[in-house]
Ligand binder design. Structure first.
Ligand code: BV8
Length: 240
């Protein structure tokens, strides 16, 4: 595809883009997150069974955000967002705030955010930076102990799927960065993009589970490969 054909870009990011900022990824060698399988603490059942454990798991991750900063990959995507004249949508699976702290605007969190709380009393969602483990009152309805992390758990419907699918169907280029391709529906986006005729590029430390579906792959650290790719695409060079 020639560069002038690329107008609309969709970028999917995963935990790998935040690894160099010091945030742990999910599929680590031991497969455990602080001793837990993610599938065991990131589910509505786990929250019903042991709310204190689940709240502590997210309180620790929310507090960690104060200690980390965006890396060169986040900054490069923010630069692309500021300078790309066509359509752009950064769909992140991450619940950290590093994309927005780097300055990205045209983005969404399909799996929710650590810095958002959801009141099961009144249904309101609100910006939240502190702990939820000590069952604080909801700022909207005043009821205590009804706030949960505004995070999409396994078995729950990801956010903004209509907007994501509309962007994928219009995409000329789909780029997946730092994700293992282990979790659906995000792992299926590359197939939707290809169906819509987009070029597809994977940037990851190692081949993802969906590597087969990508026309191009670049293996290495996001902090190095993403700035290089952004320079290319802004200079009119097509991925290969
Ligand atoms: C839904 C928030 C239905 C939580 C997350 C059987 C078959 C197929 C599917 C299913 C199945 N059984 C169940 C399902 C569905 C399930 C699913 O896919 N399960 C998997 C385990 C099989 N999916 C769901 O439940 C989803 N919901 O399907 O709803 C529905 C339909 C209608 C109505 C109602 C409901 C919801 C899934 C969302 C779960 N929440 N996150 C939290 O963060 O605590 S998922 C979580 O893991 C992440 O958000 C991310 O999406 C996912 C995978 O993580 P990655 O981001 O890819 O990170 P990972 O560690 O895996 O990989 C990192 C990669 O980076 C690695 O490849 C590594 O090599 C690379 N890397 C590392 N360092 C670097 C690097 N790359 C570059 N540079 C580096 N420096």
């Amino acid at each position: 595809m020639h560069q002038h054909d690329i107008r609309n870009i969709v970028i999917l990011t995963g935990a790998g883009i935040s690894a160099e900022s010091g945030l742990a990824t999910f599929r680590r060698p031991d497969g455990l997150w602080e001793g837990h399988r993610v599938e065991d603490v990131a589910t509505p059942e786990a929250f019903r069974r042991d709310p204190e454990l689940v709240q502590a798991f997210y309180d620790a991750r929310r507090a960690r955000l104060k200690e980390v900063a965006p890396n060169a990959a986040h900054q490069a995507l923010a630069r692309l967002d500021a300078e790309w004249p066509g359509e752009l949508l950064i769909v992140t699976q991450n619940v950290d705030d590093l994309h927005e702290r780097a300055g990205a605007r045209r983005m969404l969190h399909m799996h929710g955010e650590l810095k958002s709380a959801w009141c099961l009393g009144c249904g309101d969602r609100m910006h939240w930076e502190e702990r939820l483990g000590d069952r604080p009152p909801c700022p909207s309805c005043g009821v205590a102990g009804k706030l949960r992390p505004d995070i999409v758990w396994f078995g729950e419907m990801p956010y903004d799927m209509d907007r994501i699918n509309a962007a994928l169907m219009r995409a000329d280029l789909f780029v997946s960065i730092g994700t293992s391709g282990a979790v659906y529906p995000a792992a299926g986006f590359v197939q939707t993009a290809r169906y819509a005729g987009a070029s597809t590029l994977e940037i990851n430390l190692e081949p993802s589970q969906g590597s087969f579906f990508f026309q191009s792959s670049r293996f290495g650290k996001a902090g190095e490969l993403v700035p290089a790719w952004v320079d290319e695409i802004l200079a009119g060079i097509v991925p290969s």
